[in-house]
Design a protein around this ligand. Sequence first.
Ligand code: PLP
Length: 220
Amino acid sequence: MGLNIADNLKTILHSLPEKVTLVAVSKTYPIEAILEAYNAGQRHFGENKVQEMIVKHEDLPKDIQWHLIGHLQKNKVKYIVPFIHLIHSVDSFDLLLEIEKRASNAGRIINCLLQVHIAKEESKFGMDEKELNEVLEKMHLMKHTHVKGLMGMATNTDDLQVVKQEFIELKSLFDQLSGKEIPNTSMETLSMGMSGDYQLAIECGSNCVRIGSSIFGKRK
Ligand SMILES: *Cc1c(COP(=O)(O)O)cnc(C)c1O
């Protein structure tokens, strides 16, 4: 990628259709790098670790919209509920219950995406279709927690056919659920696509891409 963060950001933004949200994934990058993107107009930032997000939230302008994209442990929910914009990585009903409890205490509505396991790798987090449906059947129990869509990560492979197939699978699940009336749920956001595969993800129907290294440079 190009010369600096602002240029990289501009190039990527120009290539995105208007309705696609860009989450700049700032995990591992320093405050100065995030400020450079912020000063170029970027407001949505993604982190995968709660502790790192808290520190950055404290140190950075308060109009940043923070997205949690990594696995969330129940005992850490309370730390992000006061300020989080969107949790992409909800992967169990237990976690939703904890978010509900903390959101209620804080008097906030917390918006979440349900993470679906689409990759072939065992290691990736996320629910299968059965678990997803079980969670959605219990959404009437929520008062302060809203499901706004789905998130998925494709297999980490150079075989774009495999990646494409996984994206198509997730989009089809998203469309199927969009047609249903589910309490506290509206299928608005389909979060899929990272630096290596976001163009393909958009072709397959993504409207939210999570891009780190193509903006900030190679991670150490
Ligand atoms: C790190 C990360 C990204 C961004 O990855 P890049 O390849 O740097 O764009 C996107 N999504 C999740 C869940 C991540 O952990």
